[in-house]
Design a protein around this ligand. Structure first.
Ligand code: ADP
Length: 335
């Protein structure tokens, strides 16, 4: 589909270039011919006035020479312009194609990304629905089904519904951040972000028996509090999900020029170097088979990345398999 769009755009660019080139060529040709005529007319008048000049030429010979000269010069200008326009056509076509490729590439990438996203989202939505449908059908066909079996089926359905709810809310968050209008930023104390994020995950932290250390500091960042809390919730939640119970998680902040650097460090399973470039992609989960047992859809880090981008910040990750992972977020410091 894009091949024909590239071609159409190239033709359009070439048409514009050639229209401008031909317009100026016609103007140049007409003014050159006018100048030539005027020049020859002046020479002819000068010769007429000079007695010596007319001694060498008959009136008619002179007129023939002038006409010949004029025709030759006109042809010369004409062919030169044809030659120049031909070069502009070839060069313009090559440049137009390159320009079409350059200007349409981001559109093509974004459309491909959108198609991939839709396919992944549909797949993730279908999986729990298919599971629910199959299990319910099997149960309905069984004439001797007991109340306990029905109860356990309903519980399993409820679990799948919970997954669907979490997925749709992650998708909504992603869409909301993508089309977020201009946001009102305010100074947000880092301490508040750490505290609110921990409050939201208190049940998981207790269940995990995680030891969370927070480095005390008075720093503030410029941003939108709810979004920043959401960002830390995602990173802290991952730190809990991808490390053994009772492990330590460090939250710290330091200032670096006009920025504040927040760090979320865990001592968990870590991420392989080959996976690191992809973890911020939507629906990317490291080792799907292993991650299957851990709740998630591979959307958390893409939301985190979006939030950081909206704050004109930067998020980086370093990790060592078996030793742990460290997410570093650089955000603008509050004035
Ligand atoms: P998920 O919902 O799967 O957690 P994310 O987008 O939050 O999705 O993370 C993408 C993948 O990156 C996860 O599946 C996990 O394999 C890996 N990952 C993220 N954070 C960590 C971490 N702190 N330690 C180890 N692996 C992590």
């Amino acid at each position: 589909m894009f091949r024909s769009v590239y071609l159409k755009l190239t033709i359009l660019y070439v048409a514009v270039i050639m229209a401008i080139s031909l317009f100026f060529s016609i103007i140049y040709y007409q003014s050159s011919v006018r100048d030539l005529n005027a020049g020859f007319q002046r020479q002819s008048d000068a010769l007429h006035r000079s007695q010596t000049g007319m001694m060498f030429f008959q009136q008619s010979d002179f007129q023939t020479v002038i006409t010949q000269q004029l025709d030759e010069s006109r042809d010369h200008v004409f062919w030169e312009l044809i030659y120049v326009n031909f070069i502009i056509l070839i060069g313009g076509a090559a440049a137009s194609y390159a320009l079409a490729l350059y200007s349409l590439k981001p559109v093509q990438d974004s459309m491909e990304e959108q198609a991939r996203f839709t396919a992944d989202a549909s797949h993730e939505l279908r999986t729990p629905l298919t599971a629910m449908r199959t299990e319910t059908e099997v149960l309905l066909r069984d004439k001797k089904v007991s109340i306990d079996e029905m109860r356990s089926q309903l519980e399993s359905n409820l679990e799948e519904v919970g997954k669907l709810e979490r997925l749709s809310s992650a998708l909504l968050t992603l869409a909301r951040h993508e089309h977020a209008a201009e946001m009102a930023f305010e100074p947000v104390p880092v301490q508040d972000i750490w505290e609110d994020a921990q409050k939201r995950l208190v049940a998981k932290i207790t269940q995990h028996k995680a030891v969370i250390t927070v480095s005390a500091n008075e720093l503030s960042v410029r941003g939108q509090k709810d979004m920043l809390v959401e960002l830390i919730v995602i990173l802290l939640d991952n730190a809990l999900k991808y490390s053994k119970p009772e492990s330590e998680i460090d939250l710290s902040a330091r200032h670096d020029g006009h920025s504040v650097v927040l760090t979320v460090r865990d001592h968990g399973f870590g991420i392989h170097a080959s996976d690191i470039p992809h973890i911020f992609d939507r629906f990317y989960r490291v080792d799907r088979a292993r991650s299957q047992s851990v709740d998630g859809y591979g959307l958390g880090l893409s939301i985190a990345h979006q939030i950081v981008q909206q704050h004109s910040g930067k998020i980086e990750v370093t990790s060592e398999p078996g030793k742990g992972t460290c997410f570093t977020i650089k955000l603008p410091k509050a004035a």
